[in-house]
Design a protein around this ligand. Structure first.
Ligand code: SF4
Ligand code: FES
Length: 362
């Protein structure tokens, strides 16, 4: 196995608390309660260890990171260590004075979520009246000239709004727009039937995205994350397991990918009792699917194995019960039938959504 390189990014999930109830939430079904969140000192220690390990970028995320009162302290600490600091937020609570303070302390970039292109559709998917908060947050971000990425998760209910979402991101002054089709992990898997876009929606989206990408080149970068169930090849998930990024959950559990708690056969380590470097280089969870030695056929002898790394481990586990299996999205997988079945059974009419329940957060 080639020598393990240092990670580039840390996704710091400061809290699972969130004011939104998105049905596409990819956080685990079982959320970390507030009482089990790590303290300010523990998070600062995680940042120290990540810097030491070679991490360059920190994504402060959640849930909603603004729900933590010590966010300013954590940002200052991250800036003191020289990280590039990205705030991943719903925008709820991001007033201009609060953002000005965070920018002063070290926020370099904001990623703002948008659930829909109108107040009605946004609030229906968010399960809360948050649209105006998002507009105010975007205005503050623009006035303070902070680089902005708008992130919109796509699904059956908002696929038809892609052109409007692009226009809105332009109006908000975004430098980058992520149009990401839902990935079916965590809570989202529960809603797969209701969220899965139709073939017609996917076909209609492509020319709209292509035209806008060309028209806005040099002004706003559009990243379109395809709906992988509909593809013949899987995505190169995480650019390979344990290759570039690590995630620390609110309670200190260290994850090779944000959805890895789904793989119940993994023995996950926590930074509360094991140093981050030891987890990155030596833990069984980070080494489980590193490189290509773990692969079985057809991946083992496939020319694409260094391109897509056999696809997504979480998806393989969730669909087949075996995390070492070829991602069933792959047309060469003996389990591709499982994905085709889901696609064939896409409902003709809209199915009721199950909103992310906040109960487990209390
Ligand atoms: Fe990728 Fe494995 Fe499919 Fe080859 S067989 S394309 S490596 S998932
Ligand atoms: Fe976990 Fe793809 S989401 S490896």
């Amino acid at each position: 196995m080639p020598e393990t390189a240092a990670p580039l990014g840390l996704l710091a999930e400061l809290t699972h608390r969130c004011p939104l109830h998105c049905p596409y939430c990819s956080n685990p079904l079982e959320l970390v309660a507030r009482q089990r969140e790590m303290s300010t000192e523990q998070w600062c220690s995680v940042l120290d260890q990540a810097r030491e390990l070679g991490v360059l970028q920190v994504h402060l995320s959640g849930g909603e990171p603004l729900a933590r009162n010590d966010l300013p302290e954590i940002v200052s600490h991250a800036r003191g260590l020289g990280f590039y600091v990205n705030l991943v937020t719903s925008g709820v609570g991001l007033t201009k004075p609060r953002l000005a303070d965070l920018v002063e302390r070290g926020i370099d970039h904001v990623q703002l979520s948008l659930q829909g292109a109108s107040e009605t559709s946004n609030n229906a998917i968010a399960g809360a009246r948050v649209f105006q908060h998002k507009l105010s947050a975007a205005e503050a971000i623009g006035e303070l000239e902070v680089p902005l990425t708008v992130n919109a998760v796509l699904h059956r209910r908002n696929h038809g709004e892609i052109a409007e979402l692009i226009a809105m991101a332009e109006r908000l002054g975004a430098d980058r727009l992520e149009l990401a089709n839902t990935q079916y992990y965590g809570w989202a898997l529960r809603n797969r039937e209701a969220l899965m876009p139709t073939r017609e929606q996917l076909d209609a989206a492509e020319p709209i995205v292509r035209e806008a990408t060309e028209r806005l080149a040099g002004k706003m970068r559009i990243v379109y994350v395809v709906a992988d169930y509909a593809d013949a090849h899987p995505k190169p998930c995480m650019h390979g397991w344990g290759a570039r990024q690590l995630t620390v959950a609110p309670d200190g559990t260290v994850l090779p990918c944000p959805a890895a708690t789904a793989i119940t056969t993994l023995d996950l380590s926590t930074v509360v009792d094991t140093p981050l470097a030891e987890i990155w280089y030596s833990s069984s969870s980070f080494n489980a699917f590193r490189g290509t030695d773990w692969m079985s056929e057809p991946c083992r002898s496939c020319p694409r194995k260094e391109t897509d790394f056999g696809g997504c481990r979480c998806q393989a586990f969730l669909l087949t019960g075996d995390a070492t299996a070829t991602d069933p999205v792959c047309s060469l997988s003996p389990n591709r039938g499982l994905v085709d079945e889901v696609l064939a059974e896409r409902p003709v009419v809209d199915v009721e959504l199950s909103m992310r329940a906040p109960g487990s957060l209390r």
